[in-house]
Design a protein around this ligand. Sequence first.
Ligand code: HEC
Ligand code: HEC
Length: 426
Amino acid sequence: MLPVSVGSGMAGPRPPRPGDRSHRHRPAIPALLLGLTLALALGCTDEPAAPSSEGLAPHDAELAAGLDPKQVREGQAIFRYDDFGDWRFWTDTLRLHELVQQVSPRTALALGLKVDAEAIPPAVLAAVLNDPALLDEPAITRALLSLNAVVGVTSRIEDDRIVRMGITCALCHSTVDDAVAPGIGRRLDGWPNLDLAVGTIVSLTPGLPDELRPIYASWKPGFFDPRFNVDGINAPIVIPPAYGLAGVGLETFTGEGPVSYWNNYVAVVEMHGRGSFFDPRLGVRIEVPPEEDEVRSKLPALRQYQLALAAPPPPPGSFDPVAAARGEVLFRTTARCADCHSGPRFTDGGNLHEAAETGMDPLYATRTTTKKYRTTPLRALWQHAPYFHDGSAATLADVVAHYDRVLQLGLAAGAQADLVEYLKSL
Ligand code: HEC
Ligand code: HEC
């Protein structure tokens, strides 16, 4: 299990000074919970603000201008908090709630779950951080759940027992900025949660058939197989970002279609939300009566929110601009990258590529409707290693070395390094 060191190296809201000896006078858990309950009753958790077009790259700002702010706000709430009725599966079938009933915040953080610090009343947050022993208390997990502070999960708690749990899009496609402690901070929607051990979590649920446990347990953090429960093949892929998709056209690694096609697929087929999904190419037909569909009516707003999520710019000083400028020239000429990664989104519209064209493992493509790979739009590469659908390139240097070999580019070491600096700047 991953080591977590919560309570050290904190920035942001400061807990009481170490000298105040609150270790000895730590609030009893019931008192803390009472504080939480009061906070909830008083409505301390603010409505999240909708993203604005401020600070976006010009292209993103242009696209954001075409979005409806009301729908974007609704879409944000759906993306973060809506389980589409999938709690039936996660509760009645997998019995995730029974597992989580005994899970401490420390274990949850070690499994890659993230905590939204802004959903927690500051005094309560300070109390927890000031006494790291509280992070070993499953009761604190329940308190965080009741505040809606665990990113990507929904829950209902009655008499200190979790009676219902579900998952939302944010589970895999949001993380936090660690402003308070590792795993605790402000939400970053659209950022893939590459720490999330989703396979491990599923493998531990009491309701999972035993023969499936070793399969889910084999998935590394940051990986998920969105087709295993359709075709039974176990070959997980990297969780990609859900930002920077405005203007891309074809979503997913294999260009399955526009955002809403995929959202409908994921919500119904993978998350087990209550809705209909039909694709004869995949042989999948799931139908519920239209009036019971908890997915379809939400797709337009969900789509608008995703299109509003801009790729985060590279941190200042994170690349060498002079080398990056040389790298850009190579990208567009000798290295031939722009043959496919072109336009403002660094992708090539409706073109899809045979796996062999870029030296990819063909397996995942063969499991999908298109059988080919989409040229991945290059967005915030600095943020989401590893690269390629199967994570086969651990670093950007590995990406460039891969292409140098497959496309027989013959790039010298210096040229490869320049190309890497350019990729870091995107
Ligand atoms: C359990 C983890 C998980 C959950 C939950 C999840 N996704 Fe994904 N998502 C993935 C994986 C893995 C892929 C890659 C699939 C592929 O490209 O074939 C993906 C792909 C995507 C893409 C395509 C990104 C691109 O580069 O084109 C979008 C958009 C997306 N998801 C949005 C959503 C939305 C919206 C929800 C909620 C309805 C959701 N996801 C729920 C894991 C998840
Ligand atoms: C023939 C078209 C083609 C060419 C030429 C090409 N790419 Fe790609 N690129 C792709 C495809 C297709 C993918 C998706 C592969 C996958 O995930 O399996 C991809 C993926 C990537 C990724 C991974 C992005 C991510 O988010 O995981 C990077 C980085 C990248 N390419 C950079 C480059 C660079 C640098 C060059 C030039 C040296 C280049 N590409 C040349 C088609 C191309």
